[in-house]
Each structure stands twice: as structure tokens, then as C-alpha cells.
Design a binder for this molecule. Structure first.
Ligand SMILES: [Ca+2]
Ligand SMILES: [Ca+2]
Length: 463
């Protein structure tokens, strides 16, 4: 053999020898936790697999050959794929890792003491003190947050329970107010309707009287006009006679009476206007102007008159309404007679009370809606109702007002889209641990040629 060949052979043998030596030095209890060490006590130089399936020589422990079906004979090697290696991790938390990670050339992050790599190919430093310190700091911060979260939760529960009681009490008061307003509005509505009916009745009768008077006046004027026509004819006849007398009388015969008649005729014709009796003509509008002032007076008088006449029938109708709406006492129109001078005042009073009734109805609906909402087993989420939270995804900013509505706003053109109203918590049962971690908002603006928009809002609560 050549010297170089001898050297290569010796090197190989040395390497094999080292490997064998390294293998033989593996502690049979390597990778076994303190809690399980008792199970690895030899009995007559033998080891019973932990599943009890086999008894093998104690020397077969950690001999890098898998003997037991459950892998329990190789806690410190990677020979059995179903075995685990125990990292003691002093200064931190001990863990069991898969035996496949033993001597795989990678420092296992869970095995901070570096004991998973012991064959000498790589060296893993023991960083458990550093990792343990960081872990304990994070744990302390987490505990602090949980403690703070617990305090806030207790505060929210107390507020939620109180809020519910307050809402219940407020609802009782509002419903009593609503009952009173409903009765009052019905009463005022009946009064208003009665006065409006009276007003309408009075106007109709005034118009009828006005038309009758106008017709009579028109007849009188027509009669006067006929009379004027007759007089005009008579004047024409007389002036014709006088004209004929003037032109044809015997001028040689000086009769004083004839001269006086002709002189009177000349004076009459010189002083008369050319349009004769045209100024006496009239049309229907002239008649309206003449009678309007009288009509206004007539209207006021008629209204009072007719209000008085229909007072009792309206009172009877009101009492019927009172019975219909279940009022305990009759409506006394007389009490309103001095209060409302006309239907306009009654209408304004009715509308004012009706508006207040609508406002109270809305409050009742809102409180009833909130009382029906699921604010958690202990009302812990009631305090968060209507509080809004934003999330910026880059392209959009989402806003969720809890138990209210959700919107999506573009960060480019600030166009806002309604995504929906609060519908429910997640689909899980309310006993599920994740039930109160997700809310569904639906019935949003319909997508173009698609379904209605909706949103699922997930929350992380530290308590
Ligand atoms: Ca073995
Ligand atoms: Ca490893």
C-alpha cells in the first residue's frame, strides 16, 4: 500500500471509531423528562416499552435503533419517527419536540438549551436565560393586559346592567307619556275635524247666500237698465218732436211758447254729451267689487251663526269618537270653544301634539331595539353600542359603529358606501367561546348587478 492510501484508511477508521464512540456515549435517559424517568428504571437489565408491547435489553435504549412500536426506547435519538425528545430548557420552559428534530443540523427554536444538537456537527448555544427573560416579560405584559381587561370588563358589566335598568325605567315612563299623548292627539284631532267641518259648512252657506244676493242685485240692475232704455226712447221721441217743430214751424207767426220750446231744445242739444247714456253701462266685475265689502261682513256673521248652529251635532260626534278610541271621559268641546277661535288654531294645536307623539314613538322604538340587542351574557358590550372604530386597509377605510351600521370609504375619492346594519353576532351558539368575537352587518347597498353588500367585523378582546 502506498502511504497516502494508509493515511486515508486510517482517517476513515478514526471517523467511524469516533462515530461509534459518540453513539455509545449517549445517555440511555437522554431526552427523558424528570417526570418519566421512573418509567425508564431497568428491571433485571431490561426495559419494557411504555406501551407494554415489548421487553428489550436496557442497552437498546438510545442505541439509534427503533425497537419499541411506540418509539419509547429512543427518547434521545431520531431513530423512531413517533418519539419525542425532552428539552429541559433551564431558565425557561421545558418542552417536548419531535425526535425528528434531534441532530437534524438545525438549532430548534423551541429547544433553547441547544440539547437537540449533540452529535458535534453544529453547536447550539444555550439561550434559555435570554429567551426565558423575554418570555417572562411578555407574559407579565400579557397578564397586566388581562388584568386591566378584566377590570374594564367588570366596569362595562356594571355599566351595562345599570344602563339596561335605566332603559327599562325610561321605557315605562315613555310608554305612559305615549298613552297620554295618544289620547290627547285623538281628542285634538276630533276637535280639529269638528271645527274644520264647521268652517267648511259656514263657507258653503256664505257662498250660497252671496250668490243669491248677487243674483238679486243683478236682477235689479237689469231692471234699471231696461228702465233707462225706455227713458232713452222717450227722450229720442221728444227731441224728434222738438226738432221737427224747430224746422217746420211758421216763422211769421211769432208764438212765444213755440220760441221758448225751440230755445230750450237748442240749449238741451248743446249741453248733452255725444255718447248719450254709455256711462251707465256695467259688467259683472263691477258688481263683484261693489258687493265684496258687504260679503266680508256677511262671512264673519255667517260663520259665527253656523258654528253656533252645528255646535251640538259636533259635540255629539266627539262623544262618539271618545267611545271609539276608548277614552274614559267624554270630550268636552265647550272647553275648546273659547280656546280656539277658528279651525286654524285647533289644527296647529293638534299638529304640535302629534309631532311630540311621533318623537316619543321613535324614542320608544329605539329603546325597545336596544333592549332586544344581545349585549353579552352580562351586558358587557352595552357600553360599546354606537361607538365607532376605523380600519384602514390601504385602498379603503372601514368604519364600524357597533350595533349600528358599517361603511366603506375610498381613500382616493372619499366616496362612502353603506355596507349594512348590525344583524347578529356570529353564527355560532352564544355558548361558543368565539360567539362574541364576530359581528355581521348586512343589507347594505346592492353591488352592481350583484347581491347586497355585507361586512363581518372580527374583534379581539383581551378579557
Ligand atoms: Ca433502540
Ligand atoms: Ca435540531
Amino acid at each position: 500500500m502506498k502511504p497516502i492510501t494508509h493515511f486515508a484508511l486510517l482517517s476513515t477508521l478514526f471517523a467511524i471509531s469516533q462515530a461509534v464512540v459518540t453513539f455509545e456515549k449517549v445517555d440511555p435517559l437522554l431526552g427523558v423528562s424528570e417526570a418519566k424517568k421512573e418509567l425508564y428504571t431497568p428491571v433485571d437489565g431490561a426495559f419494557r416499552c411504555l406501551d407494554g408491547s415489548k421487553v428489550i435489553p436496557y442497552t437498546s435504549l438510545n442505541d439509534d435503533y427503533c425497537d419499541c412500536p411506540d418509539g419509547s426506547d429512543e427518547p434521545g435519538t431520531s431513530a423512531c419517527p413517533n418519539s419525542t425528545f425532552h428539552c429541559k430548557n433551564p431558565g425557561h420552559t421545558a418542552v417536548d419536540i419531535s425526535s425528528s428534530r434531534v441532530n437534524d443540523g438545525v438549532c430548534d427554536p423551541d429547544c433553547c438549551d441547544g440539547t437537540d444538537e449533540y452529535n458535534g456537527f453544529i453547536s447550539c448555544p444555550n439561550i434559555c436565560e435570554e429567551v426565558g427573560l423575554k418570555y417572562r416579560q411578555e407574559l407579565a405584559e400579557k397578564n397586566r393586559l388581562q388584568s386591566e381587561g378584566g377590570r374594564v370588563k367588570a366596569e362595562y358589566i356594571a355599566k351595562g346592567i345599570k344602563l339596561k335598568e335605566t332603559r327599562k325605567a325610561e321605557l315605562v315612563q315613555l310608554k305612559e307619556r305615549l298613552t297620554a299623548l295618544t289620547s290627547k292627539v285623538e281628542e285634538l284631532r276630533a276637535v280639529k275635524d269638528g271645527l274644520e267641518e264647521a268652517e267648511k259648512y259656514a263657507k258653503v252657506n256664505w257662498k250660497q247666500k252671496y250668490a243669491q244676493k248677487k243674483r238679486k242685485s243683478s236682477e235689479k240692475i237689469t231692471g234699471l237698465r231696461d228702465r233707462i232704455n225706455v227713458l232713452e226712447g222717450q227722450i229720442d221721441t221728444l227731441t224728434g218732436i222738438l226738432k221737427d217743430l224747430k224746422e217746420n214751424h211758421n216763422q211769421n207767426y211769432h208764438d212765444l211758447a213755440v220760441k221758448s220750446a225751440i230755445s230750450g231744445y237748442d240749449e238741451f242739444t248743446e249741453t248733452q254729451p255725444s255718447s248719450d247714456f254709455d256711462d251707465y253701462s256695467y259688467d259683472e266685475d263691477d258688481l263683484d267689487v261693489v258687493e265684496e265689502e258687504e260679503g266680508e261682513v256677511e262671512e264673519e256673521e255667517s260663520q259665527d251663526h253656523w258654528l253656533g248652529r252645528i255646535f251640538q251635532p259636533v259635540q255629539d260626534q266627539l262623544n262618539n269618537v271618545a267611545r271609539f278610541v276608548g277614552l274614559s271621559s267624554k270630550i268636552n268641546l265647550g272647553a275648546y270653544r273659547g280656546k280656539f277661535s277658528d279651525a286654524k288654531e285647533a289644527r296647529e294645536a293638534y299638529e304640535k301634539e302629534d309631532r311630540e307623539k311621533s318623537e316619543v314613538e321613535l324614542k320608544v322604538q329605539e329603546i325597545e331595539r336596544k333592549l332586544e340587542l344581545d349585549f353579552g351574557h352580562e351586558e358587557e358590550f352595552a357600553e360599546l353600542a354606537d361607538q365607532c372604530f376605523e380600519y384602514n386597509s390601504g385602498e379603503y377605510t372601514y368604519e364600524v359603529c357597533m350595533f349600528g351600521s358599517a361603511t366603506q370609504k375610498s381613500n382616493k375619492d372619499y366616496n362612502t358606501v353603506h355596507l349594512g346594519k348590525f344583524s347578529r353576532w356570529s353564527n355560532t351558539e352564544d355558548t361558543h367561546p368565539d360567539h362574541y368575537k364576530e359581528q355581521v352587518y348586512d343589507q347594505g347597498i346592492r353591488c352592481w348587478n350583484g347581491p347586497e353588500r355585507s361586512l363581518k367585523a372580527s374583534y379581539h378582546f383581551a378579557c
